[in-house]
Design a protein around this ligand. Sequence first.
Ligand code: FES
Length: 157
Amino acid sequence: MEFKFNDENLGRINKILEKYPDKKAAVMPVLYIAQEQNGWISVEVMKEIAAILDMQESDVLGVTTFYTMYHKKPAGKYHLQVCTNVSCMLRGGYEIYKAYQEKLGITNGEVTADGKFSLEEVECMGSCGTAPMIAVNEDYFENLSTEKSLEILKSLS
Ligand code: FES
């Protein structure tokens, strides 16, 4: 399905482009706006961004796939990212990940049937000093235990 930015987001993009002498440099914030509008970065979204920023579609794809914050398929209303990299792993990251899998009945990259939650196991999110941690959409929750993580999930249900 074709993707077009709405007027409000086109305005935001134009403002961003004023800051960059080379349009291509704006690809990350523009991808972010696209994700806000569309929920994920589809092929059609990448095509539209490539056209707006005078880029090759393959270059937009490269940026999209490199960064875990861009969803490559539809995500749930609450996208749960659980870090299982070294610091988080040593302090219970896998236990949290396992508890979420069991509670939600989904595994990495899946969405619950009601579309409310999606789960992703991720690499370090730069918050190792407060491991273990998760992100719910854009918000970080740190210094967690499995119990606290399940409370967070409950508060979103
Ligand atoms: S290892 Fe989990 S945030 Fe760095």
